[in-house]
Design a binder for this molecule. Sequence first.
Ligand code: LMR
Length: 392
Amino acid sequence: MLDRLEQQPPDALLALIKLYEADTRADKIDLGVGVYRTADGGTPVFGCIKAAEAKLVAEQPTKAYLGPEGDMGFVHALMPHIFGGDDPAQGGRIEGMQTPGGTGAVRLAISLAKRAGVENILMGTPSWPNHAQIFADIGVNLVAFDHAAADGSANMFELRNVLRGASKGDAVLLHGCCHNPTGIDYTNDQWDEIAEILAETGVLPIIDLAYQGLGLGMEEDAYGMRKVLSAVPEALVAYSCDKNFGLYRDRVGALYAYTGSAEETTRVMSNGHALARANWSMPPDHGAAAVRIVLTDAGMTAQWVAELDSMRARILQVRQKLAASSNAGAVNLAPLGTQQGMFAMLPLNKEQIQALRDDHGVYMAGSGRINVAGLTMDNIDKFVSALAAVST
Ligand code: LMR
């Protein structure tokens, strides 16, 4: 029976990690998977996480099971940072549960939407390739529209059309900030309009917030999501701590539901718990426990904010240097200066991307997406020259 299964290709983005590792060139550059790198090209564990882990080792009383909702101390400690305001839970209308990474949160959000009767999910493309894979695996239809307009801004014309043409039972997946893969975010004015249209059309917003703090700041990056929640009766928010706490392999995420009443939110979450139990039973504890320790200690929280601020500042510095480069051949890097977060898309074809890898040791996704955080002040010039070599 198992011989009926067809061979599947490895995930193209994750396969890049191994290809890069196998390359022995000392000056190779990894612009593939979305991990932050410091000015020396490393991805160290955050100082605040190291401190929290030391505390965890010393003080954790047990590793006995938690429930499918995971560490609720973690889930609640995050809420003021995500939702803001005096009452981040909005009287119980918002509640969450821990998930295995942002992927677990997106998967749970789509499964909940499907359970609630959603068949179509509108989404601007290109998007994170795993979004479409999750939709297909769960069995919802992707209604794709162009995320980017020709001038490099967000394509509001398409978004308006697709939302106005949607039916009440449809959902839309929106990137809360730091759009992956384009780096093209909605402006605050555009979010205001999106919130208004969502309120009028009744389309269910599912907001993927995987990079809060890596765009303009923790508060600024939450603007769109908070605006949408203030306008609509219900929404789902898929959250990731993989990037903003540097916990990638520890898989730390959360799914939050916002509905019309505390009772309804409790009912939605009970479905989340049931789905989690059938999928992964309960999420991995360690990383979330470390985040909880950080966020419940004022000193460690301040250290985390400072570490996040320095990451964002470095990403901005790299973006500005790239945008100022006038010698990248046919590739115009100027738009990178106004985009946000870790990613940008370069207009390169497959041959050019392969040549960058083979001839210059520059690794990027087959879509032309680069992780700008993979560049350092020392290797930007080499990267820009490589772009010129393959594109002129
Ligand atoms: C990325 O887009 O590179 C990250 O979100 C990592 C992943 O899981 O794809």
